[in-house]
Design a protein around this ligand. Structure first.
Ligand code: ADP
Ligand code: MG
Length: 379
């Protein structure tokens, strides 16, 4: 096992017209020994490229990749002790499961066939696919194929697991089952793991820590709670959380925020917006409370019952507002609802840079501050 250190990693691709595309822009990231770190971000933000650089499948433009203190930047993929699992399982169609799982081991070691056989069988048992060993990939379901692909990676007992959207091809139910299984497996094996997904729900559910990327740049690294409650900027606030945070622009005057549809909110502590005449305001759907009187008015459009709660969609001037409300509350379409929220739960962002001016809780942002500090040091 190893700690992965990604230092100032930059990867540029030369496009057909000769221009350079920066897919990974000076990323600094440490994955701790035995940690399950999820790299998450929208499609095209550079997740796969980062992972391929760590695997040795992509030559870096600049920067370094270290496994513990061992600089592997210029080492070929097969000389790095990593196993990678992809979205498309890339099983050998003409080989049965037994051979598919044993294949990686055969290449990489001088083991006896009896030893390989035994290892394949214990790996298959761990993954619950012992009864499939003599089948071909085409006779397996998507979930079974994914288990075989995992088996092929696990059997090598690598220092590092790299997984690129490995569950994307599975249906929703199987995907959430496999999430849990994968986590348990990773926990048992205790192998340092980088897991890539574009799905923030999956990231929140699985990662010890989450690294959020956008446009080639690392935005924030932290636990699910930290990135949710104390995002470093508007992008992270907006990307993490479902339904998404409500965001709008407000004018600031004398400690009062004024926004769409006559929105007005008096800050108890106006120092958050010192020096700003305009800010971006963020409120999470679960922090909105409906009130009888006072607060602000919005017009209800749709209520989606979730069983234990309702999602209320309303309009606030030209903005849509989402609120998670009690299941007993069902405003009708067109009805005026009044809402408020606590200042503690309010997020404020710089309207130009998107940088967070205020997030949800003071104690969580202190922890995130520590991460920001660490990143600053290694940069
Ligand atoms: P993600 O995995 O987050 O969806 P990728 O790492 O695959 O993103 O891609 C990041 C950016 O780099 C995208 O703009 C993509 O088009 C570009 N890119 C990836 N691989 C290549 C390549 N081999 N040649 C040129 N551009 C590439
Ligand atoms: Mg990708």
């Amino acid at each position: 096992m190893a700690e992965i250190n990604i230092e100032d990693l930059r990867k540029q691709f030369e496009l057909d017209d000769g221009s350079l595309l920066t897919a990974v822009n000076d990323v600094d990231l440490t994955v701790e020994d035995g940690e399950f770190l999820v790299l998450v971000g929208p499609s095209g933000c550079g997740k796969t490229t980062t992972l391929r650089c760590v695997a040795g499948l992509e030559e870096v433009t600049s920067g370094h990749i270290l496994f513990d203190d061992d600089d592997v930047t210029d080492r070929r993929a097969r000389d790095r002790d990593v196993a990678m699992v992809f979205q498309n399982y890339a099983l050998y169609p003409h080989m049965n499961v037994r051979k598919n799982i044993g294949f990686g081991l055969k290449l990489s070691s001088k083991r006896t066939s009896a030893d390989i056989r035994e290892r394949v069988e214990s790996t298959a048992e761990m993954l619950g696919i012992s009864d499939l060993l003599d089948k071909r990939p085409r006779d397996l379901s998507g979930g079974q194929q994914q288990r075989v692909a995992l088996g092929r990676a696990i059997i090598r007992e690598p220092e590092v697991f790299l997984m690129d959207e490995p569950l994307s091809n599975l249906d929703a139910k199987l995907r959430s089952e496999m999430r849990t299984e994968l986590q348990e497996l990773q926990h048992d094996l205790d192998v340092t793991t980088m897991y890539v997904t574009h799905d923030q729900t999956e990231a929140m559910a699985m990662g010890d820590r989450i690294a959020v990327m956008n446009d080639g740049e690392l935005q924030q690294v932290g636990t699910a709670e930290e990135v949710y409650a104390s995002p470093t900027n508007e992008f992270v606030a907006n990307f993490i959380g479902s339904p998404s945070i409500n965001l709008f622009t407000a004018d600031v005057s004398g400690g009062t925020l004024r926004g769409p549809g006559d929105f007005e909110y008096r800050l108890d502590d106006p120092s958050w917006v010192d020096g700003y005449d305009r800010v971006r305001v963020g409120v999470r759907p679960e922090d909105i409370r409906l009130v009888e009187s006072g607060g602000n008015a919005a017009e209800a459009s749709v209520v989606e019952p979730m069983g234990n709660e309702n999602f209320l969609y309303a309009t606030l001037g030209d903005r849509e507002l989402t609120a998670r409300i009690e299941s007993g509350l069902r405003p009708t379409t067109g009805q005026t609802v009044r809402f408020t929220f606590d200042e503690d739960s309010l997020y404020l962002f710089d309207p130009e840079t998107g940088e967070a001016l205020k997030t949800k809780t003071a104690d969580v942002s202190a922890t995130v501050g520590d991460y920001a500090h660490t990143e600053g040091e290694s940069a």
